[in-house]
Design a protein around this ligand. Structure first.
Ligand code: ZN
Length: 175
């Protein structure tokens, strides 16, 4: 397993439309293991393969609910290969989103509160589930990456420009 470098905006690779996975094999499972390690190290709750430069329709998510206040986070990795949203509720909910490719910047994005989704897991097994809450938000955010979309694309131009300016300033300070 290895921690992979995470690509950050404005790297044009983040705008790539990822290709469907044709075979769930050991090579793909090795990539998934690396993606999980990279996500836990960051730390983040979701990562799309394109964020480590691989244009395949693969996502990992772990909402890492801590067992108790201040307790150790319990790992619950979920793998989504070739995910599809079959239906989405009409009602939108706001969530303050962030992204490992837009480091330490957060903004409220509105998305459907309930979705029905279909995907393959790391063993090639098909799943279909109704999702809501943070899992629905996170899956929609990560699926956007497969289309080359970032959460900042959902903001007004004014908000997006402000956020990118803050990111540029943070990078100068860190340099
Ligand atoms: Zn993201």
């Amino acid at each position: 397993m290895a921690i992979l470098p995470i690509i950050e905006t404005p790297d044009p690779r983040l705008r790539t439309i990822s290709e469907p996975v044709e075979k769930v094999d050991d090579a793909l499972r090795a990539l998934i293991a690396d993606m999980l390690e990279t996500m836990y190290d960051a730390p983040g709750i979701g990562l799309a393969a394109i964020q480590v430069g691989v244009a395949k329709r693969v996502l990992v998510i772990d909402l890492q609910e801590p067992e108790e206040e201040g307790g150790e986070a319990v790992r619950d990795p979920r793998v989504f290969i070739n995910p599809e949203i079959l239906s989405a509720s009409g009602d939108l909910v706001p969530y303050n989103e962030g992204c490992l490719s837009v480091p330490e910047q957060y903004a409220e994005v509105q998305r459907p509160s309930h979705i029905r989704a279909r995907w393959l897991d790391e063993h090639g097994k098909a799943h279909e589930e109704d999702l809501d809450g943070l899992m629905a938000v996170c899956l929609q955010h990560e699926m956007d990456h497969l289309q080359g979309i970032l959460f900042i694309d959902h903001l007004s131009k004014l908000k997006r420009d402000m956020l990118l300016k803050k990111l540029a300033k943070a990078r100068v300070r860190a340099a």
